[in-house]
Design a protein around this ligand. Structure first.
Ligand code: IMP
Ligand code: MG
Length: 182
């Protein structure tokens, strides 16, 4: 698996440090009386590992909600529109929602999930992504917490996949070009 990686962008230690800092930003953004109504909504499968690490650094009481979305990639690195594969499994009405995803690329995934969540009338809705590709990220999509801005490269590891593989790599790296079809 490691042999398929052209270069490591973020080694595990750097990810851990940034997740610590992000958790600090999030704790400061929510004041104490909102804590009891906090729901972390994780967009599977990509945000699985990021969510697991982030939530353990947040001391406030919270519920976890899961929604599974496919960006229709398969053996390609192009996004072809997002689709919900499994619906959200927790009630967010009148609660403070923190939406967590692995990466903001075209914004299709976040837009789809935001629209669904807003229908349920949460008390507030904030968004946290570990990675953002700024070249393509749409300006009408607000993101409150960002781990790292990256160039427009296809990355894997720490939950991010290519054709459902590489999610279990502890570091985030760029896949060798000869391994994927665009
Ligand atoms: P968007 O809908 O185009 O913003 O794409 C977001 C989703 O596509 C993310 O939740 C990821 O699952 C996936 N994705 C986007 N860019 C990458 C990448 O560089 N590597 C792996 N997955 C990616
Ligand atoms: Mg994803």
């Amino acid at each position: 698996m490691q042999a398929d990686i052209a270069k490591i962008l973020f080694p595990r230690e750097q990810i851990a440090q940034r997740v610590d800092d992000l958790a600090g930003e999030i704790v400061r953004a929510y004041d104490l009386e909102t804590n009891a109504d906090l729901v972390l909504v994780s967009i599977l499968s990509g945000a699985l590992i990021f969510t697991a690490d982030l939530m353990r650094r947040l001391p406030q009481p919270m519920r976890i909600g899961l929604i599974t979305v496919s960006a229709y990639r398969g053996a390609t690195t192009e996004s072809r529109g997002a689709r919900v594969l499994r619906e959200l499994d927790v009630d967010v009405t009148d609660r403070h929602v923190l939406l967590v995803d692995d990466i903001l690329d075209t914004g299709g995934t976040l837009r789809l999930v935001r629209e669904r969540l807003l229908l349920a009338r949460p008390r507030s809705l904030r968004t946290c992504v570990l990675l953002r590709k700024p070249s393509k990220a749409p300006i009408d999509l607000p993101v409150d917490f960002v781990g790292f801005d990256i160039d427009n490269e296809f990355v894997v590891g720490y939950g991010l996949d290519y054709n459902d593989l590489y999610r279990n790599l502890p570091d985030i790296g760029v896949l060798k070009k000869e391994l994927y079809s665009c």
